[in-house]
Write a protein that binds this ligand. Sequence first.
Ligand SMILES: NC(=O)c1ccc[n+]([C@@H]2O[C@H](COP(=O)([O-])OP(=O)(O)OC[C@H]3O[C@@H](n4cnc5c(N)ncnc54)[C@H](OP(=O)(O)O)[C@@H]3O)[C@@H](O)[C@H]2O)c1
Length: 359
Amino acid sequence: MSTENTGKQTALVVGAKGVIGSKLIEHLLTLPEWDVIGLSRRGGEDRADGRLRHIAVDLLDAGDTRAKLAPLEHVTHIFYTAYQHRATWSELVAPNLAMLENTVETVEAAAPGLRHISLMQGYKVYGGHLGPFKTPARETDAQFMPPEFMFDQQRYLEQQQAQSGQRWSWSAIRPAVVGGAALGNPMNLALAIAVYASISKALGLPLRFPGKPGAYDKLVEMTDAGLLAKATVWAAANEGCANQAFNIGNGDIFRWSEMWPKIARWFDMEVGPPLPLALADVMSDKAPLWESIARAHGLAAHSYDTLSSWGFADFVFSWDYDMFGDVSKARRFGFHEYVESERMFYRLFEEFRRNKVIP
Ligand SMILES: NC(=O)c1ccc[n+]([C@@H]2O[C@H](COP(=O)([O-])OP(=O)(O)OC[C@H]3O[C@@H](n4cnc5c(N)ncnc54)[C@H](OP(=O)(O)O)[C@@H]3O)[C@@H](O)[C@H]2O)c1
């Protein structure tokens, strides 16, 4: 890993194995000025050229965090994308705040060149997960009654920055539902759709939208993980974006009623009428079936659990109200990337197929 006087910046990607963090690392490694250190509990493979190093750490454990992160004196940017899942909104607060605090306090003390902390948020800051909310959601929209862990995390950063004498800046990045290819995480919608379609097909069923009846024709927005990675690095590297929040979306919105038949066509399936299903329940007994599909098609050895984001898919498909933000602030500040959501789904499904994740 390169050190001083090389013009290099060192990114600490917290949540390196996540749907968001893994793609962020991939993007940073395409940019020669960055070296990357990835944090997660499971760790990962380092790159032979030294530009990427993984550290396995439990950020909920303050002692482990201090022991593993205190030597990281060259970190210039923290990209915080870690996430601890819990069953209720209130239970999310304590672990997600503790992980951020443990990270920031250790790295602040260790790394004199720390310049920026990027915080991954989402439309939860607008109450999008609670029920019908004001759309398009804007960065200036009013907050709502807590608990909401993303409020606590942002407030913590603002206070910590003030205490540090403003020696670093922050940015808060707010994606819609993220389209990514990482496995083994609780929130991957494209993967859930791909596995649901593959199992439906194996059972000779048409592809039926499993969400609430009202969710089929509402407006939805997605954020491609690659586009999100570019936006995140852009905001962190751009002084004009300091201490600001940005909605980041693909640039289009769609209704499942239009997208679902296209997805069915991609899988070479008929589309059936929508039928509300609790995927977390009806897909829970499908592991043996998946194993036989995997054997028949020579799929890579991933456990069914690793491929199951059913609770998250149920959540997204329960939105019988519009779910989208106004992404014009990022454009006004200079970020102009665009991804067509339909193409994004096809690209992700192709990636799953190429990697033998699905037949
Ligand atoms: N996915 C989406 O569609 C989406 C949409 C909008 C906003 N967001 C927000 O973006 C953030 C990241 O989401 P994501 O979907 O990328 O999350 P994710 O896929 O679940 O990734 C979380 C990362 O955090 C790591 N992690 C969890 N607990 C840890 C611990 N105790 N110590 C060290 N590392 C730990 C995980 O690795 P290990 O398991 O190996 O520790 C993983 O790398 C969240 O705040 C989420 O709400 C996500």
